[in-house]
Structures are given as structure tokens and as C-alpha cells.
Design a protein around this ligand. Structure first.
Ligand SMILES: Cc1ncc(COP(=O)(O)O)c(C=O)c1O
Length: 405
């Protein structure tokens, strides 16, 4: 079978593959714990459910406009006003099937082959492949000081005449880092001055802990004209626990948004009208579910961080947002794929290898599951890799013997 350039070069989404592996093992009755997940366990807000149910009851489920329904755009205008203090117009908005599609069509709209796109490491697994899907070149930027927070120097050292865009994801998947407001200010000013696109992937904006806040890029924008190169991405997946609804959006200048709508119109058409109704319900409805999810996650975070900090040999920079931790396990095993595989094979705990996010030696361990799963999962991990562990461990009535190093 002969594949084309894109078919040959684009890899599978590792995180989606993990979900598949989990489902297969679970169906076989294996006592598997998923600490690699990327979605909250809570239910979608009731306002989302009633909104979608009443639309369904009309029996009218037709095509939506390619760039999103009028009502959904109104909801996005409201969201942007409430969360960013910024009034945008419907022409600045495109609604897509998830933040993932919004990002993809944004890149397709702005990139030429051979253009370069910068993003700090560790980075979301999809960025490199999305850039490659456009024939462009991903340029990960590893912070020089060994933290998860880039400096402007890290960024500018990697900018070349081919740099077309910079993607910033704060709160960051997988590190949980929330970049300082000073950095966001500088990067907004720098990209404005240089005429480079700045894509802010703000999908975890509301999931922040211990009083930390994600900086608002609009606070630092000087150019609100149609030449603005700022594109802000958001969606309902994470904060509203609506991953399966697949609704996200982008806000940008009218020319970029129009180009994105043209592309989306040929790719998938507008997102399902039913799912847009659900998103409208969530955004316009009672917001208490967001805060209650945030509080639950804050508590889960505390439990996971305590386990990781008590783990001799593991180095952790505490996450300030998202629902991921990204700890350094290289004192035990430098090859994160090997370590993640050992944990799955031997103690049935799913984690995501750091190498997939551009940082070897780390594991992404999520805290979006239950406290029970976090606690038991961490106990199993510790038993599997700590050389001082006792020789035996029981998982239910299954006795495990530690016969590996
Ligand atoms: C950083 C980041 N951006 C975008 C997305 C995509 O979100 P959506 O479910 O809205 O497509 C994810 C999902 O995991 C993510 O982690």
C-alpha cells in the first residue's frame, strides 16, 4: 500500500490510543487504573443537557452555518466578555468541532509549507502533528533553566525569518504550569511588533488552583485592528466536562476567521447544531458546575502532589492548573516509554510517557480521576519502581511478585 506524504508522516494520537488500551483492558476485566486521562469525570451541566434535549425534541436537526450558529456566537461573545472583559463581534468568531479543530483550521489558514511554528516544551501532543499536517515545521522550545516556564529569551533565540506563529498553552498540558503575566505581556508585545501570529490555547483557562490566575492576553494588546495576529482558542470540553460534545471556538481577525470558515466549510461543515445547543446551554446556564469541578480537582491535585512529593527520587514542579502533573522519574528510568509500559504491563496503571510531550524522563499523571484511583494508582507505581518495595503486592485477590528491577 502506498501512502502520501501526510499519511506517512503523521503519527497516531498517543493519548487517544491510551484511552483505547484502557477500554480494551477494562472490557477484559483487568483491574486497570487510568492515570493518563484527559477529561474530567463529572457529568455535563444540566443546562447543557436540557438545551440539547429540547432541540432534539423538535426533530429539526439540520446543517449549521460553517462558522457556527448565531446563538452559539452570541454565547461566545458573552463568554469572552465575562472571562476576558473583551467585546468581540460575530465576525471575529468561528465555532468548531472542538478546540482541536479550531486550532487545526487556524494553522491551515495561516501556514505555508516550510513555515515554522514555535511552542514551548513540554507541549500538547497534537501540536507537532498539526503543524506537519500543514506541511510546516514544528519548533519546540525547551526552557533553558530546567523549569516548565519559558523565558522570552528562550523564545526569541528560536525565532527565524520562517517563524509564522507561536502557540502558547497556559495553563499547560502536560506540565500544569501557568505562565506568569509578565511573560504573556512580553509575548503579546513581541509578536505584535514582529507581525507573528500568537495562538493562545486557553482551553484550561478556568482550571487553576490556590489563587493562581491565567493571564489575559487582551490586557496587553495594543492593535485591535484587523491586522491583529492574536488568535484565542477556547471550548467547553474541559471546564464544563463536555469532552464528547466536541465544541470549541477561535477568536481572531475577520480575515483569518473567514479563511478558517472557508476551510471548515469544506472539511466538516459547521459543528452539529445539537452540540452547539448543548454548549450554549452550558455557557448561558448556571456556572456553579465549573467552580464545583475546579474545587474537586484542587482537592485531587493536593492528594496527587502529596504522593509525588513523598516519593524519594521523583522530582516534581507542582502543577498550578489543568488536571495533569508532569513529574521527573529519570532517577528510576530515563526512557519514559519503557517506564510507562512497565507500569501498564506489571501493575496495570496507565500513564503517558513524557517523550510524547517533548520531555524524556517524565510521566504525565492526571488528577481528573477519583481520589481512590489516584491513591491506589500511586501506591502501585511506587511498588513497581521503588527498589525498596516489599516483594509482593495484592491487587484485589491477585498476588503480584516483584521479579523485575
Ligand atoms: C492543550 C489542549 N488544547 C486543545 C485540546 C482539545 O480540546 P477539545 O476537546 O475542545 O478538542 C486539548 C485536549 O486535550 C488540550 O489538552
Amino acid at each position: 500500500m502506498s501512502l502520501g506524504l501526510i499519511g506517512r508522516n503523521v503519527g497516531e494520537s498517543v493519548t487517544l490510543k491510551m484511552n483505547e488500551t484502557f477500554a480494551i483492558l477494562k472490557a477484559k476485566g483487568e483491574p486497570v487504573i487510568h492515570l493518563g486521562g484527559g477529561e474530567p469525570k463529572s457529568k455535563a451541566p444540566i443546562d447543557a443537557i436540557t438545551a440539547v434535549a429540547s432541540q432534539l425534541n423538535t426533530g429539526e436537526v439540520r446543517y449549521a452555518p460553517a462558522d457556527g450558529s448565531v446563538d452559539m456566537k452570541k454565547a461566545v461573545i458573552r463568554y469572552t466578555q465575562d472571562n476576558y472583559g473583551r467585546k468581540v463581534s460575530p465576525k471575529n468568531i468561528i465555532v468548531s468541532s472542538g478546540a482541536k479543530q479550531a486550532l487545526m483550521v487556524a494553522l491551515q489558514a495561516i501556514l505555508d509549507p516550510q513555515d515554522e511554528v514555535l511552542f514551548p516544551a513540554p507541549y500538547w501532543v497534537s501540536y507537532p502533528d498539526m503543524v506537519k499536517l500543514c506541511g510546516a515545521i514544528p519548533v519546540p522550545v525547551v526552557p533553558e533553566d530546567g523549569t516548565f516556564t519559558p523565558t522570552m529569551e528562550d523564545i526569541t533565540q528560536n525565532v527565524s525569518s520562517y517563524t509564522k506563529a507561536i502557540i502558547i498553552n497556559s495553563p499547560n498540558n502536560p506540565s500544569g504550569a501557568v505562565y506568569p503575566a509578565e511573560f504573556i505581556k512580553e509575548i503579546v508585545e513581541y509578536t505584535e511588533k514582529k507581525g507573528i501570529y500568537l495562538i493562545m490555547d486557553d482551553i484550561y483557562q478556568k482550571l487553576v488552583y490556590n489563587g493562581v490566575k491565567a493571564a489575559n492576553p487582551y490586557d496587553y494588546v495594543k492593535d485591535f485592528s484587523d491586522n491583529s495576529k492574536l488568535i484565542v482558542i477556547n471550548g467547553v470540553s474541559k471546564a464544563y466536562a463536555m469532552t464528547g460534545f466536541r465544541i470549541g471556538w477561535a477568536i481572531g481577525n475577520t480575515k483569518v476567521i473567514k479563511a478558517m470558515a472557508n476551510i471548515q466549510g469544506h472539511q466538516t461543515s459547521g459543528p452539529s447544531i445539537l452540540l452547539q445547543k448543548a454548549a450554549i446551554g452550558a455557557i448561558n446556564g448556571v456556572q456553579s458546575s465549573v467552580e464545583s469541578l475546579r474545587v474537586t480537582l484542587e482537592n485531587n491535585r493536593r492528594v496527587l502532589v502529596n504522593h509525588l512529593k513523598a516519593f524519594d527520587g521523583v522530582h516534581l514542579i507542582e502543577p498550578q492548573g489543568t488536571f495533569y502533573s508532569f513529574a521527573d522519574f529519570s532517577a528510576f528510568e530515563k526512557d519514559s516509554t519503557k517506564l510507562s509500559k512497565l507500569l501498564l504491563d506489571k501493575v496495570r496503571v496507565l500513564t503517558v510517557p513524557g517523550v510524547e510531550f517533548g520531555m524524556e524522563g517524565h510521566l504525565r499523571i492526571s488528577f481528573c480521576g477519583s481520589i481512590k484511583d489516584i491513591t491506589e494508582g500511586m501506591e502501585r507505581i511506587k511498588w513497581a519502581i521503588d527498589p525498596n518495595s516489599p516483594n509482593e503486592l495484592y491487587i484485589g485477590d491477585r498476588k503480584l511478585i516483584r521479579d523485575w528491577k
